[in-house]
Each structure stands twice: as structure tokens, then as C-alpha cells.
Design a protein around this ligand. Sequence first.
Ligand code: NAD
Ligand code: UDP
Length: 335
Amino acid sequence: MRRLIWIVLVLVCSLSVMEGKRVLVTGGAGFLGSHLCERLYEAGNEVICADNLYTGSLRNISHLIGKKGFQFIQHDVEDPFSQDLIVDEVYNLACPASPPHYQRDPIKTLRTNVIGAINVLELAKRSHAKIFQASTSEVYGDPLEHPQKETYWGNVNPDGIRSCYDEGKRCAETLFFDYQRLYGVNIKVGRIFNTYGPKMNADDGRVVSNFIVQALENKPITIYGDGQQTRSFCYVDDLVDVILLLMDSPDGFHGPVNIGNPNEFTVKELALKVLAMTGSTSEIISLPLPLDDPKVRNPDISLARRVLNWEPKFQLEDGLKSTIEYFRASLAKPS
Ligand code: NAD
Ligand code: UDP
């Protein structure tokens, strides 16, 4: 009898260990998506990573490919998902995030955001799944309120070179809230502020990866404009933590919620920090400021603190240290 009880106990325990969710991560081969896939997989979930490899790379998920419970599908979110696909959770990250990449084909960027949002929402609706949308601080445009609270409606140019991204993401948020109101879809909208870390592409084009790669190669550090514009930089591990907390937040909480690190730096300060930390001999040069480049950006994260009980842990120096190590190692590898 005792033996039987033990067997039942062991069975129950192993079943509860295996009891992961079935999750879909779109954009899962990208910078943030690949970190998220890893964390979701390590937590015991079955992970389906869907990506068209526009800016993402199989390199980012090579350690997961072939593992039981992990599946990569090359899929463009512009195309509807198979009717047979049923999941418990969707994390919608598909969209190029770096200005040079999202501006390369602006109509594609809009289609990814708008048609892609409809396709993931339809999947969530028929699956009765929770769905996270990777929204952005860009919904605030070149903000006139500083720091930015979720209640601020923003200052966005609808016709500029950043509009494909800004307006695409704004429209995606609208679609998410309409699916919630009309069909009761359980949405979670997070507005991500500048996030950096290992697994960014060396040619990503965003400021942190540009400065680190330039410094490590002793090439000129390219500051756009006078470098007095500000950004608030969040390390990727903090960001993944808060995305997971948001997904697990109470059912009635949909956001939008700012997720980012509120420590604000000028671009010039960032350049000087990277130079000091890499010991580089690079000179700093000034290039023209791109059109509509926001002058300031800083998240008010009181909502995330209160509802999600979250606080970013990594200071800029800590995050830069591991990002520099990552690029040092990856630049040393033959391509
Ligand atoms: P990234 O460019 O590294 O990743 C984007 C991923 O989406 C790539 O793997 C790309 O191949 C994929 N993708 C693009 N278009 C697609 C499509 N039509 N169908 C399927 N896959 C597609 O960028 P990231 O920094 O990892 O950003 C991920 C998400 O987070 C994006 O939605 C971005 O807008 C959002 N976000 C990121 C930041 C940040 O600072 N990293 C800030 C705000 C918002
Ligand atoms: N930037 C820069 N040099 C670079 C890349 C970017 O000075 O090589 C500036 C850019 O003009 C912006 C800030 O750094 O003011 C952040 O740019 P990024 O592309 O990382 O993200 P954004 O917040 O603009 O989407």
C-alpha cells in the first residue's frame, strides 16, 4: 500500500513538472524574442517560435532547435496562422525594432504591425489564449510630457519616416483593445522602452550595439546630432522578467503599461561610458540627427511597480558589461 502511495505521488509530481503551457512567440528569433523563448522553454513550456527572419537569426535560437518541446516555424505574421494551431499564450514580438531596419521597407513594417496584429489576435480569440503585445515608447513620439505616463496620448508625426513604426504600433494597440472590448480577448499590452543586451545583431543599427561595436573595432563613434537627446536603457533580463510578470497579472489588467528602466542618459554620456568600459581609442564624430528623432525619453514606471511589483535590477554599467563581453566574443568568431 505504502509503495502504491509513493508511485502515485511520484506520478503526480512528474505530471505537474511537465504541465507547461503551449506558447507561441512571434519574432522569437530576434533579440528580445530569443531571450523570451529561452526563458519560457526553461520554465517547462512548449515553445513555438514563429519568425520570418527579417532581422532575426537562427543563430539566436540554435541552442533550442532540435530540443523536445521547442519548434521553429518560418512564418510571416502577415499570413494567417493554421486553423489547427491552438495555444495557451501568444507573445507578439514580430516587427523590426531598429530605425534603419523598420524604415528599409516602411509598408512592410506597417503590414507586419497591423495585419500581423489581426492574425495573432484571431489566433488568440479562437484558442482562448492570453496575448502579449510588444508595444513601444514610440507611441509617445517626440514627447511633450516628460517622463511619459501611460495616460499621455503622445506627439506623433503621422507622415514622417518613423510613422510606419509609430503609427503601426499605435494601430496594433487599438486592434488589441478592440478585440478585448468586442470579443473579450485577454490582452496584455506592454510599452517597451529602449532595451539592449547580448544577441543584438552587430549591424542592428541601434545606439547601444552601434557604440559597442564601433568602440571594440576602434572605429569612430557616431553620435547623431549634438548627443544631448536622452534615452533610458533597460537590460534585457529585466525586460523579460517584466513581460512574464505582465502575462501572469490578474485577468482584468490589460495595460497599457510602460516597461523599461527609468535611469535616463544623454547619448553623449552613453558614448563616453562605452569608451571608458572598452578602453577603446575610437574618436567621437557627429553625424546629422535623423528626422523626428525624439529629444527625450523616460518611462514613468509607477504602474508596473504597483501592479506587477517589478523593479529593474540592472544598472547601465552592469548591462553594458555583459553586452560588451558578448560582442567581444562574437566579433572574435569567424563569420
Ligand atoms: P529584432 O529586430 O531583433 O526582432 C524582431 C523579430 O521579428 C526578428 O526576429 C524579425 O525577423 C521578426 N519579424 C519581423 N517582421 C516579421 C514578420 N512580418 N513576421 C514574422 N517575424 C517578423 O527587435 P527586438 O528589439 O527584439 O524587438 C522585438 C519586439 O519588441 C518588436 O516588436 C519591437 O517593436 C518591440 N520593442 C523593442 C524595443 C527594444 O528596445 N528592443 C523597444 C520597443 C519595442
Ligand atoms: N544614435 C546615435 N548614434 C547611433 C545610433 C543612434 O547617436 O549610431 C541616437 C539616435 O539618433 C537616437 C538615440 O541614439 O537619438 C537612440 O537611437 P536608437 O536607434 O537606439 O533608438 P530610438 O530610441 O531612436 O528608437
